[in-house]
Design a protein around this ligand. Sequence first.
Ligand SMILES: C[S@@+](CC[C@H](N)C(=O)[O-])C[C@H]1O[C@@H](n2cnc3c(N)ncnc32)[C@H](O)[C@@H]1O
Length: 166
Amino acid sequence: MENIIIKARPIGIIHTPFEQAEGTPIQPVKGKGAKGWVEVDNAYVEGLKDLDGFERIWLLFWCHRASKYKLQVKPYMDTQVRGLFATRAPSRPNAIGMSCVKLISVDGNRLEIEDVDMLDGTPLLDIKPYAAKFDHFPVTRCGWIDAADHQGQTKADNRFFQEENK
Ligand SMILES: C[S@@+](CC[C@H](N)C(=O)[O-])C[C@H]1O[C@@H](n2cnc3c(N)ncnc32)[C@H](O)[C@@H]1O
């Protein structure tokens, strides 16, 4: 398994008002109305056809300024240490982030978006439409998040941030 090397080429860049982790929304739902835009590489513009019919899209991105991962972390919304894979911490063995953002418009290679929780300059790996028919599962339990101590937490601090990665 460890011999498999996956190369990924960004398909664009996500632009947001957030220059550092501190003060950045911790999830789209906690950053309602925060505006950003996506600059899609011209090589992929043809693939944006029909995207404008969707109110929300998934952005998959690389948390390029995240610190080295630890397998147990204290997530933003809790005071307890949790297993990394039971959290949405940006510092991970593969630093993939996924956010369901609001799609405002598509104009050429430019997507206007809202509800962003990424740092400015974040490399974009993929775009997928959010489809409630596929993506919305009514569930009865959400692990530690149901009882997390800091339910009201909306903004990140610098705990997973690597300053020199700018
Ligand atoms: C908790 S993560 C959640 C990201 C995504 N919604 C997810 O669930 O995978 C969001 C935080 O990651 C950090 N972050 C966002 N973009 C980043 C980047 N490019 N490099 C490092 N950290 C980033 C910011 O501090 C932001 O508040």
